[in-house]
Design a protein around this ligand. Structure first.
Ligand SMILES: [Zn+2]
Length: 312
């Protein structure tokens, strides 16, 4: 690993503090005074209107209240996401759409950088798998999910549209329907290079309801099923929690974790709850499902019975 200043120099040239703040939707809370941006601190999430200052010419930031410090764009991302330098490098590289290190930049120049796929696919919301999961055709349509009949990596899949946290479509995930394929390659398939860690599935649909608390599940089916009974939910698309997901989950006052009822799910659930307790102020509650059951295996009454008492 390069010393941070070397590894980061090419990223800092490409990604400004303003670019990061804009990607995170905090530019609107900052006021512009000549070459400075001033506003509440997005690092410690304070509400003092002059705590946080960005010098755009020098591309440096400073927080005069709780953080009592500041630095460059690297330090900003490191502190906002509570992450290590390699993670910061990956994040900045994704924003700049380049490789995280200059050395690797040459070696992997041929590797494709993920380009959001924005075309809308024609999907059949009456797929038997969706009915089996208790998802109504109307819900599937709303979430842009359904059987895909075309060619490509989604061939023979139920496809589900994915969005970035701001609601911009970035492509589709596929749930393989052929049991043999699902066994061999896994149930889910994602576009090559998709920045999965930058996605919290369903987040953009519930931003106006964050104050109500949030259920966090593993997979999109749970999000759709909970939507049908009026409960805001998001899916991790796995059992790993990324810095971006932590940052998004910091915005809700209460989190209920309901991962799949398998050994991987329950181990992950404890670990994720610990991480969230450390980095968010929201009380984190866990629902451990019986062995072998996923949220979409429960009926509506059972889902509500387990979730309702835990949300504010
Ligand atoms: Zn601060």
């Amino acid at each position: 690993m390069h010393p941070p200043h070397l590894a980061f120099s090419h990223l800092k040239r490409r990604v400004s503090i303003e670019r990061v703040l804009s990607a995170r939707g905090v530019m609107s809370s900052l006021k512009q005074h000549r070459q400075r941006l001033i506003g509440p601190c997005p690092v410690h999430h304070g509400d003092h209107p002059q705590a946080f200052v960005v010098d755009r010419a020098k591309d440096l930031w400073h927080c005069f209240t709780r953080c009592r410090g500041g630095g460059d764009v690297v330090e900003l991302v490191r502190r906002m996401d509570h992450c290590q330098y390699p993670e910061v490098a990956r994040y900045l590289a994704a924003l700049a759409q380049v490789s995280p290190t200059p050395a690797r930049a040459k070696a992997t120049a041929a590797v494709r950088v993920y380009q959001p796929y924005t075309r809308t696919l024609r999907l059949d919301p009456h797929a038997p798998l969706l009915a089996q999961k208790g998802i109504w055709a109307q819900t599937a349509q709303h979430f842009e999910a359904g059987a895909y009949a075309g060619p490509g990596f989604l061939q023979g899949c139920v496809a589900i549209r994915l969005h970035d946290p701001d609601g911009r479509p970035i492509g589709y995930a596929g749930r393989r329907l052929d049991p043999a394929q699902a066994r061999q390659y896994g149930k889910w398939t994602f576009p090559p290079g998709l920045p999965k860690r930058e996605i919290l599935y369903g987040f953009h649909r519930i931003t106006s309801r964050l104050h109500q608390g949030l259920a966090v599940v593993e997979c999109p089916w749970g999000v759709m099923r909970l939507a049908q009974i009026g409960m805001p939910a998001v899916a991790l698309l796995g059992i790993q929690l990324s810095p971006t997901q932590i940052r998004l989950l910091r915005q809700t006052p209460c989190i209920v974790l309901m991962l799949d009822g398998d050994p991987a799910g329950s181990a992950a659930s404890r670990q994720i709850a610990d991480t969230l307790n450390q980095y968010t102020r929201a009380p984190v509650r866990r629902i451990d499902l019986p062995q072998g059951l996923d949220p979409d295996d429960l009926d509506d009454v059972e889902l509500a019975r387990r979730l309702l008492p835990l949300l504010p």
